[in-house]
Structures are given as C-alpha cells and as structure tokens.
Design a protein around this ligand. Structure first.
Ligand code: F6R
Length: 264
C-alpha cells in the first residue's frame, strides 16, 4: 500500500486529481465515490477540464453505491449528487455514468445487473474511495464479507448519524443501500482512497496498520497490489509508522521515482 501524507485538504485534492487524471483517456473506466471527501478532487478536475485540454470524452464511470428507496432524481441520491458535483461540469456523456438502481422493485436483480455492467465494461481502471468513520468503503459496513459482490446492505447507526448532515435529520436517511461489494471493489486496477480530517484518523490507522479484517472493511486495501491512500496530516495522526511513510514519499519524489516505481 502506498501511503501519501500531505499537509492539508487542498494538497490531498491536487494529488488525487493528478492520479485520477493519469487514467483519463477515451475508453477509460473510472470508479467514482460520493460523500464530502472527494469533492475537492472533483473541483480540481473540473478546473483542469475548463482551463486545459483535459477531456473525459469517451470515458465511462461507475458509482460505488446508491440509497434504496429514494425516487430517481432525488437530490440526495448518489446518481444525482455525482451529476451535480462533478459529471455535469465535464464532458463525460451522462448515459455513461452508471450507479446501482436503488429504486428497482427487484433489488437483487438490480445488483446482479450492475455487476454485469461493470464486467461488460471490462472492469474499473481506477476506483476512488472515501472511508467511513467505522471503516466502511462503499457501504460495506463492519462484518462485510471480504469477497462480497454488489448487494443490499443495512447502514450502521454510526453511518446514518454521519450522513444526517446531507438530509434534514437522521430520521430521513435511508436505512438501506445497494453497494458494490468488497470483492467488486478490489477487482479495480487501482484503488485510490482519500481521507481528510481528524474524524478519519482511527479509520486510517485501522485500515493501513490493523489486521486485514471484515471488522474494518477498508483493510481489504492491504490485499490489493496497487492501493494508494492519500490523506492529510490530521487523518494520518494515529498512524504508527507515519514517519516511515513520509520518508518513503520524500525519497521517492527526490529521486522522481513516484510514477515509475510506486511502492505497493
Ligand atoms: C460514498 C461512499 C462512502 C463514503 C464514506 C465517507 O459513495 O461510498 O463510503 O466515501 O461514507 O464519506 P465522507 O466522504 O462524506 O466522509
């Protein structure tokens, strides 16, 4: 796992945008996350699209997850959120941005259909991830199978509380979601997890330095040959080997080895 600890939120957004941009080309398949964490990266990419020749034409995108039971077009649905925060501001075709259908009558069939769509697209080249305070990625809450595929999950009460800020109150947050499984997520070619702020410090330490365990679903990144964690100093505060990760990064950038030989 490559640990990239940077001074602040802006530096995280810039570095994450650099990494994502390196995958953007016609035919690329991008895995997008919603939530607050990647917003700075999306804004940076929109700025690059407007001011330079960065084009997303011919790219496809898959979302990690979707709330169950919100009507399509609901402003807090993840399909609508990603459209508003990112994809309508760039030149990716709207029908090339897919998410699991949380409004389907048959949610199991919708989950299987979503898996098929990802496979038919040839898989995801790079998957952007945030992490929940309880260690979830996508909405794979603690206890999720490490080999799970897209399916229905029930949100942890901690996640409901964390996400209440997007709704009027916790009681309005849907309790169920369709989410890519941990097995689906690790099939992506590169996992790029972002974490910002002191509220994520425990989760970052657990995913990077704790045991590989369903108790911290994000620890599945340890199993992936190409996983990059980009976080700010506050989110890195509980890491035991923070000094080592900083030294590796410094030495690599001094030797300009980052792109050639990232340390897995
Ligand atoms: C969102 C998602 C979630 C979030 C996580 C962190 O699509 O899959 O795993 O990444 O809940 O959310 P924020 O970034 O709002 O702290």
């Amino acid at each position: 796992m490559e640990m990239v600890i940077l001074e602040d939120e802006q530096a995280v957004a810039r570095r994450a945008a650099d990494i994502l941009e390196s995958y953007v080309r016609p035919g690329a398949t991008l895995g997008l996350a919603t939530g607050s964490t990647p917003l700075g990266m999306y804004r940076d990419l929109i700025r690059r699209h407007r001011s330079s020749s960065l084009s997303f034409a011919g790219c496809r995108a898959f979302l990690l997850d979707e709330y169950v039971g919100l009507p399509s077009g609901h402003e807090q649905s993840y399909r609508e959120t990603i459209r508003r925060e990112f994809t309508r501001e760039i030149d990716i075709a709207d029908d090339q941005v897919l998410g699991p259908d949380g409004s389907a009558q048959d949610l199991w069939a919708a989950a299987q259909e979503y898996e098929r769509a990802i496979t038919d697209a040839g898989g995801v080249d790079i998957q952007v991830l945030g992490v929940g305070t309880d260690g979830h990625i996508g909405f794979n809450e603690p206890g999720s199978s490490l080999v799970s595929r897209t399916r229905l999950k029930t949100l942890h009460s901690q996640t409901v509380e964390d996400n209440a800020r997007f709704f009027g109150s916790a009681s309005e947050v849907p309790r169920h979601v369709l989410t890519q499984g941990l097995g689906t997520i690790v099939d992506a070619g590169h996992l790029l997890l972002l974490a910002i702020g002191p509220g994520k410090a425990q989760a970052v330490a657990a995913l990077a330095e704790g045991p590989l365990s369903a108790n911290c679903p994000a620890s599945v990144l340890q199993w992936h040959p190409r996983a990059t964690v980009v976080c700010d100093e506050a989110a890195a505060a509980d890491l035991r080997h923070g000094e080592y990760y900083r030294a590796v990064l410094q030495a690599a950038s001094a030797r300009q080895l980052r792109r050639v030989a990232p340390e897995g």
